[in-house]
Design a protein around this ligand. Sequence first.
Ligand SMILES: Cc1ncc(COP(=O)(O)O)c(C=O)c1O
Length: 373
Amino acid sequence: MQDFSSAQPVNRPQHGGNIAWAASLAGCSPLDILDFSASINPLGPPPSAIAAIQANWDSLTHYPDPRYLDLRKVLAAHHQIDPAWVLPGNGSAELLTWASRELADLPSTALITPAFGDYFRALKSFGATVHPCPIALEYPQGVALSASQPLPSSLSWLPPAAGLLLNNPHNPTGAMFSVEAIRPLLEQFLLVVIDEAFMDFVLPHQQQSLMALITQYPNLVILRSLTKFYSLPGLRLGYAIAHPDRLQRWQEWRDPWSVNVLAEAAAIAVLQDRAFQQQTYDWLEHTRSPFYQQLANISGLQPFPGAANYFLIQSDYPVLQLQQELLQQHQVLIRDCTSFTELGDRYFRIAIRTPLENDRLLKGLTQTLSTLN
Ligand SMILES: Cc1ncc(COP(=O)(O)O)c(C=O)c1O
């Protein structure tokens, strides 16, 4: 009997979306893997992004504008703020690094756990002291799909000089925290960094973004990503919204051309692509609830009712074994949660994809679990 708990411990990826690793386990080409492990919009990238990239090949012979004036103008218009409050980056991961440099100057940083692994990378690289605040992980029976979840009560016991790094909607649980619940934390913490990488997947009227509060709180930083909603993780594009003095400081810390010319052109195009945005809302609105229900109907699996484009699922079966069987028998990749230390081998996360692709996962899960019973 193979010991799956220690399968490939050295090579097991820390992040979703590693299809080269999955293909080596499945014994197929990376292109044959159906990837549920990275929470990327299956409808993209939008044709407007590809057209913008193709139209801008000639720009490759020039450096990008280090002030990113055009892109900042479009991002600012998108959020109805002043361009001085926007800084584009090489994915939101790059901006997380600079936010972490500032958090590391404070005595401690509160972090809701389980937490996206890159937070630890970024905070550790500047020697930040992390104060974990665990989120409730009981299976929330009967809660509506996009209901606001309570924040960990341990947050209110932290000293006022602390920083806070909060993910909304939260990865991996999909929990969404309300603006009302977060607002008092802006008074309590010296620096509040809100990672809203998945907020675009929430219907506009249900979103709980702090964007409207940005000019009232100089201690607030919002991080956003364009890689997930527009399906461009390979291009790398994110942005920070924060006080101009803070963003100016980050610009002085980093290399002057973090965002390449093709990413800049694609971002300008997709932010104005209302048709793609609407298409994505329509797909998610029609797909999320039935898919959740189908997953909940599989015996031994308990999905969390997430507000974003993914579900965390508690499993009665060992997940590394399930993951391996799904790869080898169905070329389907799910995200094991072993990199989230609080979760271990009884949880996995899956993206919501197209109905046909979701069916392939459901079939694979049903078949595989029947053999594990
Ligand atoms: C919660 C969260 N924040 C940020 C990121 C980084 O995204 P980007 O591609 O914009 O760097 C990820 C990527 O998986 C994520 O899950």
